[in-house]
Design a protein around this ligand. Structure first.
Ligand code: G3H
Ligand code: 13P
Ligand code: NA
Ligand code: ZN
Length: 328
């Protein structure tokens, strides 16, 4: 059954677990998430970006999630819209049946220019008022995602702020976070702590100076009742990186957010952990490997099954590591 993000994260806070929020664009991703959740008895958050809606088409996306809820009636599903660039985008998702929306007011509608604080408060409060009247939850974002090593937003496909971000923009301020939540009434808050979207987050295994888990603790101490969200939280598994490169890929050396750092965040108020890149890597690695090892195969179901299995494995590992297994 579909439930709101607020209901799910309130349960997570009460029981001290975190929820991976997986991005989905196609049936195989949704299958992998649901199969893993069923095996470990976890609730799920499936999130779709504007890009996902464009890729699948709104009716397909909506009906694939409806199909997931129908096929797995015992698993609670929060259907969340990731990174809404303006209130109108959030409204379309609400109309389409999403139970939660993210109004990303940290950036202007072009999604490339950092916004002012007042703009962010204004659009987020507007979406919260509209969403809450229909029982839909709202995630806001304060601070800009980006690397503390380089000041860049990351993301090879160009989503995220352009230009160099200052240290202040890259770390959410705890007092400002308290004011923001009070003024906007958002249900969950995405914070900036040095993570960035995509595979190239850190040039070395991250230490506290480039992945500021301490900042999570400071923000949580200031707003203990707000569910915190970590974006850019793929771990960039070394084993999948190796498989991709072993079977014809060419990805550079890179490091993600270690699972044990995420677990530390979960101890301090992180309830939603956004993961897209890890499933992309598992899917690509599994398909490359399958096709390389089975050169005579041309039935797409065969390599897509390998893709599903690879992603499902990652999903299961995160459900178990974040403490949501057994919580459905
Ligand atoms: O915001 C980043 C997520 O990984 C979604 O990516 O916009 O390419 O679907 P996307
Ligand atoms: P990753 O690129 O680390 O998977 O982050 C995804 C994300 O934050 C989606 O909003
Ligand atoms: Na989101
Ligand atoms: Zn994100």
């Amino acid at each position: 059954a579909l439930i709101s993000l607020r209901q799910l994260l309130d349960h997570a806070a009460e029981h001290g677990y975190g929820m991976p929020a997986y991005n989905a664009n196609n049936m195989e991703q949704i299958h992998s998430i649901m199969e893993a959740a069923k095996e470990v008895d976890s609730p799920v958050i499936i999130q779709a970006s504007a890009g996902a809606r464009k890729y699948a088409g709104e009716p397909f996306l909506r009906r694939m999630i409806e199909a997931a809820a129908e096929q797995y009636p015992d698993i609670p599903i929060a259907l969340h819209q990731d990174h809404g660039s303006e209130p109108a985008v959030c409204l379309r998702s609400i109309q389409s049946g999403f139970t939660s929306v993210m109004m990303d007011g940290s950036l202007m509608p072009d999604m490339k220019t950092p916004s002012t604080y007042d703009y962010n408060v204004d659009v987020t409060a507007k979406v919260a008022e509209m969403a809450h009247s229909g029982g839909v939850s709202v995630e806001g974002e304060l601070g800009c995602l980006g690397s503390l090593e380089t000041g860049q937003a990351g993301e090879e496909d160009g989503s995220g702020a352009e230009g160099t971000l200052s240290h202040d923009q890259l770390l959410t301020d705890p007092d400002e976070a308290a004011d923001f939540v009070k003024k906007t009434k958002c249900d969950a808050l995405a914070i900036a702590i040095g993570t960035s979207h995509g595979a190239y987050k850190f040039t070395r295994p991250p230490t506290g100076d480039i992945l500021a888990i301490e900042r999570v603790k400071e923000i949580h101490a200031r707003i203990p009742d707000t569910h915190l969200v970590m974006h850019g939280s793929s771990s960039v598994p070394e084993e999948w990186l190796k498989i991709i490169n072993q079977y014809g890929g060419d990805m550079g050396e890179t490091y993600g957010v270690p699972v044990k750092e995420i677990q530390e965040g979960i101890k301090h108020g992180v309830r939603k952990v956004n993961i897209d890149t890890d499933l992309r890597m598992a899917s690509t690695g599994a398909v490359r490997k399958f096709l390389a090892e089975n050169p005579k195969e041309f039935d797409p179901r065969k390599f897509l099954k390998a893709s599903t299995a690879g992603m499902k494995d990652v999903c299961k590992q995160r459900f178990e590591a974040f403490g949501c297994a057994g919580m459905a």
